[in-house]
Ligand binder design. Structure first.
Ligand code: PA5
Length: 437
């Protein structure tokens, strides 16, 4: 049974328009399946939930257990696809305040993400915050050469070596990188760091269900067997070639129909703060996969109802090139009943006996109706709850939909040539040899 239900009743798109894409999408799915057999194509994620390296997976679990035992702080160094997936899953499935619980209550290490900016303040402040605590680090980079994580790793490696001495530091450094290439691979061989592999045929932003995401996620105490189980469920459900039943294809198609109707910006909206980083992960997945050759939907994210008080005016009344995709979590993990107040100065007694989640859902329904009537089509993705299985399923849903959508658009959803432009300029400005002109 799927944990995800797509509701297109607010999208303004008719069934007939969707079915016009039937043959095209079937052809795309066939071609993705063919490519998934070829190690030189970046389509390994398609079969990953059933075709992953079981030994490596067990090693991830064992390593996570060790880190959870000997570390109070776990620092994850990576950028883009090398950290967003892990952060998305961890923040969706753990307490909003997981890092802030006192040490004697917290069951998992504090997890911090660095190497995703070049801010010296961020690193200095983190090092101050770590203080005397025991720490392990996981540096994640497929290329092994990305500047932001490379600088952070240099700093944290030195930090660990001076804190523990080289031998103990080396036991606390975990590397996730390419099987053969890159500076990181070379260094881990020289220093004997425990190393995990990013499969050749899985690109960064599709890599959350490889050790890239799985090690930090397991360190956070999340059940990665169940996460994979959820993705496996999705792999099975969305291998149904019939558009009528395949909600993943439908989402991909409807986005493209809306894009053709000049709806060039997609807003992913959530009503649950835990999904903030899930939205960040989604933004990278869709932005980097589709924004090329001067084409593509621009993906943005909003947290609601928070952003109704900052972005609401624009969404309701601004330029009409928007559509919205709302993630609705059907069952809230916890709830709070609203109690009677004798004085009722705030006028809230009409809500007595109702719960906060009930109010949140009504805010969502009211917002959907308002935005739709304001000319912003809405796609609703109903998910059962925030648990490992559902998040695993949602990850696969969005990955497959992204690949299908990029192909409908006519771009290669697995490359990112545009990312090089800033690097070339930055290296020239920094005087890196070979980048003088
Ligand atoms: O999706 C991608 O390929 C990118 O976002 C990469 O994940 C990101 O640039 C980091 O690259 P690397 O893992 O090589 O350091």
């Amino acid at each position: 049974m799927p944990n995800i239900k797509l509701d297109l009743s607010y999208s303004g798109i008719k069934k007939g328009e969707i079915f016009e894409y039937e043959a095209k999408v079937e052809e795309i799915y066939k071609s993705l399946n063919e490519k998934a057999k070829d190690n030189n194509e970046f389509v390994g994620w398609l079969k990953l939930p059933t075709n992953y390296d079981k030994k490596e997976f067990d090693r991830v679990k064992k390593t996570a257990k060790r880190i959870r035992k000997n570390s109070e702080v776990f620092v994850v160094i990576g950028i883009g696809g090398s950290y967003l997936g892990a952060r998305a899953v961890i923040e969706s499935l753990t307490s909003n305040f997981a890092n802030m619980y006192p040490d004697d209550i917290r069951k998992s290490p504090q997890i911090f993400f660095v190497g995703n900016s070049i801010s010296p303040n961020y690193i200095n402040e983190l090092i101050n915050c770590i203080g005397n605590k025991d720490i392990s680090i996981n540096v994640i980079s497929k290329s092994g050469t990305t500047t932001e994580p490379a600088i952070a790793f240099r700093i944290f490696r030195e930090y660990l070596e001076s804190k523990y001495g080289i031998d103990e530091a080396n036991k606390r450094i975990y590397v996730t990188t390419d099987k053969k290439k890159g500076a990181l691979k070379k260094l881990s061989e020289e220093e004997g760091y425990e190393t995990f592999i990013i499969p050749d045929n899985v690109g960064g932003r599709y890599s959350v269900l490889t050790p890239v995401g799985l090690l930090p996620i397991a360190v956070a105490g999340i059940n990665i067997d169940k996460l994979i189980e959820g993705a496996k469920n999705a792999q099975y459900i969305y291998s149904d070639n019939s558009i009528k039943y395949n909600q993943c294809y439908k989402y991909a198609i409807v986005r493209n129909i809306l894009y053709k109707k000049e709806k060039t910006i997609e807003i992913l909206a959530n009503y649950e703060p835990k999904l903030h980083y899930f939205t960040e992960w989604w933004k990278q997945l869709y932005g980097e996969s589709e924004g090329k050759e001067h084409k593509g939907i621009f993906p943005v994210g909003i947290d609601l109802s928070t952003d109704l008080h900052s972005m609401g005016q624009y969404i309701q009344d601004g330029k009409r090139n928007l559509f919205e995709t709302v993630i609705n979590v059907e069952e809230s993990k916890t709830d709070i009943k609203i109690k009677r107040d004798e004085d009722n100065i705030d006028g809230l007694n009409f809500l007595v006996g109702k719960t906060m989640d009930y109010v949140n859902k009504k805010a969502m329904q009211g917002t959907i109706e308002a935005h739709v009537s304001g000319g912003v089509p809405n796609i609703i993705i109903n998910i059962k709850r925030l648990d490992e299985e559902t998040i695993g399923e949602l990850i696969y849903f969005f990955e497959l939909a992204c690949a299908v959508s990029g192909n409908i658009l006519g771009v290669d959803p697995f490359n990112q040539p545009g990312v090089e432009a800033y690097k070339t300029n930055m290296f020239r400005l920094l005087g890196k040899p070979g980048y003088e002109k």
